[in-house]
Design a protein around this ligand. Structure first.
Ligand code: HEC
Ligand code: HEC
Ligand code: HEC
Ligand code: HEC
Length: 453
């Protein structure tokens, strides 16, 4: 708070100064600071125990974060047994909590100059990881009728907008050139990263109102469709992110230029990690290995297998070209030694197409008919999805779940309980991924098709 008011006084002085350009250059050098979640925790700000009635926001955001949200304990994941063991296996030194390789995602890892006085690295993934450094907007944003846009201009991250929001989550839940989880880390014990905005937001859990209260002059959100918009838009953003990641990996543009190729975490995990049994019982052998040499591990198609159906329905022109590029990615990545240039060229062509579809999905209207068509298309395509990969099947299960919740919310179909049970059965089949069976999954997914009216 103190920082911010000094800042505005400073600006007033500046504006009347003849030396404006020089002062401005100095001000630009003064970095905005991360002040730590304690500055947001006052009961009258974001630390109320219960949501405050009549307020535009809930005001118990801090309480939700500190009590329920795993992000507040992300640093402790590093000091726990699993974190310490990983540090040992990866030879990072005795303490994972001192390794930048881990802190970049498990804490607010910034330069010392960017840290305010109350800043504590042990507070994990906190408010400013997602909302941006607060020193410049903390003071003004507490005044009534201060618009969100002005905070954004002062460095607040625009998490309101679904594409920006998803990009923020994906920095840590998919990775960037500077922070990533690769197969080496996974083999040392790190969970494999996957993400789906709607369900992850629910698990977090959300500390914001859904739907958002409408602002003067802007249309309000339709509660039933917030989840579907988040799900579909985030699928597109995630595909774009995955294509960008594949591009920098193919071009060896990681910050330390030490990328391995092919990076196993880009491939289908269960191509290598499934259980072996009698040949006659193998659904893999039964179906052959379409599009690749028997025995070569396939590309992980999970971010595309379900999304392509959505893209086709909503934006067929871009979807056709996207299909062409992703087929090239898939063909090349499913070879034992994929050609880096071929992969980089197809993946970098796919990314902007996915972005264009994201922009369309973020703003288009959604309704019952769209949700039903998507539910039908996904279940119609059961065989392709199931054979693509266990992780693609998982995406299908999450998609069916999100879509059906929205679809049935107002229509209340008579067999809703039966459909919900059938969707739960999809999740059950994924509980032990190494023994996943594509034929069983496909038949469960097809069964839902017959239940949809
Ligand atoms: C690219 C970001 C990223 C990096 C880098 C990263 N992690 Fe993680 N880590 C995550 C995410 C995201 C999760 C949660 C995964 C999930 O549940 O979907 C996680 C989960 C974990 C967990 C499991 C926590 C639990 O509650 O079960 C441990 C332990 C862990 N990470 C340790 C490490 C260590 C040690 C390092 C450094 C070697 C590291 N992480 C680097 C993003 C990252
Ligand atoms: C993991 C990311 C993440 C963390 C950590 C986080 N937030 Fe949020 N927050 C979001 C997202 C996403 C939204 C919803 C989009 C929006 O309204 O900006 C949100 C919404 C909010 C809102 C409602 C904004 C509005 O205009 O409706 C407030 C207030 C808020 N957060 C405060 C906090 C505070 C205080 C903390 C720390 C105690 C915190 N957040 C931690 C991601 C995060
Ligand atoms: C700065 C990195 C970072 C950002 C940004 C981030 N996360 Fe996370 N997230 C993590 C880490 C690290 C964990 C693991 C924490 C643990 O288990 O100790 C995690 C865990 C989670 C979990 C718990 C997963 C589980 O297995 O229980 C959810 C849900 C989640 N994040 C959702 C989100 C959403 C939604 C956003 C965007 C609004 C987001 N995260 C943004 C780093 C991040
Ligand atoms: C091209 C083959 C291949 C692919 C694809 C692959 N792995 Fe591995 N994985 C290996 C090999 C080889 C080892 C080392 C096994 C050993 O030494 O016992 C390994 C080790 C592991 C381990 C540690 C083994 C243990 O016993 O705990 C885990 C966990 C793991 N991989 C998870 C994954 C995940 C998750 C994915 C997908 C994101 C994946 N792997 C993709 C080949 C692969």
């Amino acid at each position: 708070m103190r920082n911010a008011s000094h800042f505005s006084i400073f600006r007033l002085v500046l504006c009347s100064s003849f030396l404006l350009p020089r002062f401005l250059a100095a001000a630009e050098k003064e970095p905005t600071k991360y002040i730590g979640p304690g500055s947001c925790a006052a009961t009258s700000c974001h630390g109320s125990v219960k949501p405050v009635a009549g307020s535009r926001i809930l005001q118990n955001e801090y309480s939700t974060w500190i009590i329920q949200d795993k992000h507040s304990r992300a640093y402790q994941a590093l000091t726990g047994d699993l974190g310490e063991r990983m540090a040992r296996i990866l030879k990072l030194g005795p303490k994972a909590e001192e390794a930048p390789k881990c802190l970049v995602c498990h804490a607010l890892y910034t330069t010392p100059e960017q840290r305010g006085r109350a800043f504590e690295i042990s507070e994990g993934v906190s408010c400013e990881n997602c909302h941006g450094a607060a020193s410049a907007w903390l003071g003004p944003h507490t005044t009534r009728s201060w618009p969100h846009e002005k905070s954004v201009a002062l460095g607040m991250h625009d998490t309101r907008e679904v594409i920006h929001r998803t990009e923020k989550c994906l920095e840590c839940h998919l990775g960037t050139r500077n922070k990533f989880v690769d197969h080496e880390m996974i083999a040392a014990g790190h969970p494999d990263l996957y993400f789906e905005l709607d369900s992850f937001s629910a698990v977090m859990p959300r500390h914001w109102k859904v739907p958002r209260e409408s602002e003067p002059g802007k249309p309000g959100e339709d509660a039933a469709w917030v989840g579907v918009r988040e799900w579909s838009t985030a699928q597109a953003v995630q595909l774009r992110g995955a294509m960008e990641r594949l591009t920098w990996r193919a071009k060896n543009e990681r910050f330390d230029k030490k990328d391995v190729w092919p990076e196993y975490s880009e491939l289908s995990c269960f191509a290598c990690h499934h259980a072996l049994g009698p040949a006659k019982d193998s659904w893999r052998q039964e179906h052959g290995y379409v599009g690749r040499r028997p025995g070569d591990p396939a590309w992980n198609a999970s971010r595309y297998a379900v999304f392509r159906l959505l893209a086709k329905q909503m934006d067929s022109a871009n979807a056709q070209e996207l299909d062409r590029q992703l087929l090239a990615v898939s063909d090349e990545m499913s070879k034992l030694t994929p050609d880096r240039n071929v992969v980089a060229s197809a993946a970098s062509a796919a990314a902007p197409l996915a972005q264009r579809i994201a922009e369309r999905l973020a703003t288009m209207p959604y309704d019952q008919a769209i949700a039903l068509r998507m539910l039908q298309r996904i279940s119609d395509d059961a065989e392709n999805i199931a054979l693509a990969d266990e992780r693609a099947a998982e995406q299908a299960a999450m998609a069916m779940d999100s879509l059906y919740i929205a679809y049935s919310r107002d229509t209340k179909p008579a067999n809703a309980a039966e459909v919900r049970a059938a969707i739960s059965a999809l999740f059950q089949q994924l509980e032990n991924p190494s023994s996943y069976n594509a034929d069983h999954f496909a038949s469960s997914l097809r069964r839902i098709r017959t239940l949809l009216q």
